[in-house]
Write a protein that binds this ligand. Sequence first.
Ligand SMILES: [Cu+2]
Length: 263
Amino acid sequence: MRRTTKLALAAPAACAMLLASATGAMADESYTMKLTDTMGNKSGSTSTATLTIDGDNLTVDIKGKGFTPNSPHAQHFHGSFTEAKKFMCPGPDQDKDGDGQVNVEEGVPMYGDVVLSLTTEGDTSPKSGLAIERMPKADAQGNLSYRRTIALPAGAGAKLRNLHIVQHGLDANGNDKYDMEALGESSFAKSLGVNGIPEEATNPATCGMVSAASVGNPPSGGVDTGNGSTEGVEAAVPIGLGVVALGAAGRAWMVRRRTGDES
Ligand SMILES: [Cu+2]
């Protein structure tokens, strides 16, 4: 009888402890990571990203320099919330065709699919991967500044350490814009059915891993009590949806460019 009572009391206590530790792991944490041209793409771009996690709210603050001026730069969290999958920033050896650039197709096997699109407003899903009109634009000096708070799926905040940030868009021939002369057409965009986008606009310029954050401890992932919570995010990543959206975004980008050229 006494034994039963003890157990009955013990269970809620254990639950409370679990809850407490879970809350502790997810309390306001802030850490800083460097985004650099790990690819050897000669982008000349570097950024500092500060991530602040408050439960499942993520504030991303990015300050960068050396970006193609007056140009939009697509940026994403890449990788996977699933710890079993190890993704990382590509090195120059990912340049399989030896053209001196690690392009998107060469980078993806290493850095993984888009998990979150770091847009300036609206949707942040992989569908907005190339929503260029909602991506941050570098100023005339090539400085890029971005800040946004994003609500993550439940439990995802604690799993960010499995991800990394990639910023895209570089100026390979140093004429301060994206053009076909330097690297030709983006085979990635073309593969999505969007013609006429310079590869300069899609190639990765910087990459930085959350697990390499220099300040504070990356979230431990200790609250990984189930895998259902982030599956929505994971499932939204792959190809089908992303491809359609990237295509649409690419076309929008081209329309914008044409309009710009005419004016
Ligand atoms: Cu990306």
